[in-house]
Design a protein around this ligand. Structure first.
Ligand SMILES: [Zn+2]
Length: 289
């Protein structure tokens, strides 16, 4: 099961449910999945779990000591395990510990994001223009979800080149990308150190929680990327868990002028299609460093 399968199944599930009040009430999803929620005090770092009765009813237990938004995410994550039929492997692993989460867990998080922030409603509500701290916080409040969940959703559904990177303990864990960045083959490899020169690197090196926006070179983040092009990076660091988040974005006209074949090979149009050499005659009008 890959990401595309998960998105398709999540959207099919959402399409069969009345989602008009889903920001305040997840019950329609629970009914559709033959599940109910029991809130109870659980240990620190435990978010939730599901048991299935002999009659096939799914009982989702969520930790009532966690925030309301976190509980909503947990319920949708547990629904993902139920609907996708994926076994749970997070019994002993705190949800923020990206490094220990296996691919089933990542897939369930993707599914949960589709349920919490149905894409048609998201597109109707997302403000025009560039992202900002305020925009992400506004969307997180609208959909009663966490800042990282809203930022990731923002990147996935943005019309401009945009990515959202989650990092923990100085390592890149996961990057969500907009369609334009996926098509441009802009890769941010997982399981690599946070790149020096990024806002995330600097802010983490400071050793205190905080948020900052700055301009950085695109090739600081993207693998095998053209030099000389800039973008914005909004980064937030949480020192207690050593978790760092970055939202990256730029105008579509600041994309490198290359094409990517359907095999993922990047080509440049210089009269005929030639393989990229890294030494390109750049047209004027681009923002260069
Ligand atoms: Zn799980």
């Amino acid at each position: 099961m890959d990401e595309a399968d998960v998105l398709q199944r999540a959207r099919a599930f959402v399409a069969g449910v009345d989602t008009s009040n889903i920001q305040t009430d997840l019950c329609p999803y629970l009914v559709a999945a033959n599940a109910k929620v029991i809130k109870e005090e659980m240990g620190k770092g435990e978010s939730g779990s599901t048991i299935t009765t002999p009659k096939g009813k799914h009982i989702i237990h969520v930790n009532s000591l966690e925030s309301e938004r976190r509980q909503r995410f947990t319920v949708c994550h547990e629904l993902a395990h139920i609907v996708l039929g994926l076994p749970s492997t997070h019994d002993e692993v705190p949800s923020w510990s990206f490094s220990k989460r296996d691919s089933n867990e990542v897939m369930c998080d993707l599914f949960a994001a589709e349920l919490l922030m149905p894409y048609q409603q998201w597109l109707n509500k997302v403000p025009d223009g560039d992202p900002s701290l305020e925009v992400i916080e506004f969307m997180a409040a609208e959909f009663q979800t966490s800042f990282p969940a809203a930022a990731s959703r923002y990147a996935n559904l943005a019309s401009i080149p945009c990515a959202f990177v989650t990092m923990d303990r100085g390592m890149v864990r996961y990057a969500a990308r907009s369609t334009t960045l996926r098509h441009a083959n802009a890769r941010i490899p997982a399981r690599t150190p946070v790149p020096p020169g990024s806002v995330a690197y600097d802010i983490r090196a400071g050793g205190v929680s905080g948020t900052r926006v700055d301009e950085v070179a695109q090739d600081v983040w993207f693998e095998n990327w053209e030099k000389g092009l800039d973008m914005f990076e909004l980064s937030r660091h949480y020192q207690p868990t050593d978790t760092t988040l970055s939202l990256l974005w730029f105008d579509e006209e600041d994309l490198p002028e290359v094409e990517v074949t359907r095999f993922g090979v990047r080509l440049v149009d210089d009269g005929g299609l030639a393989e990229l050499t890294g030494e390109l005659p750049w047209p004027s009008g681009k923002r260069r460093r």
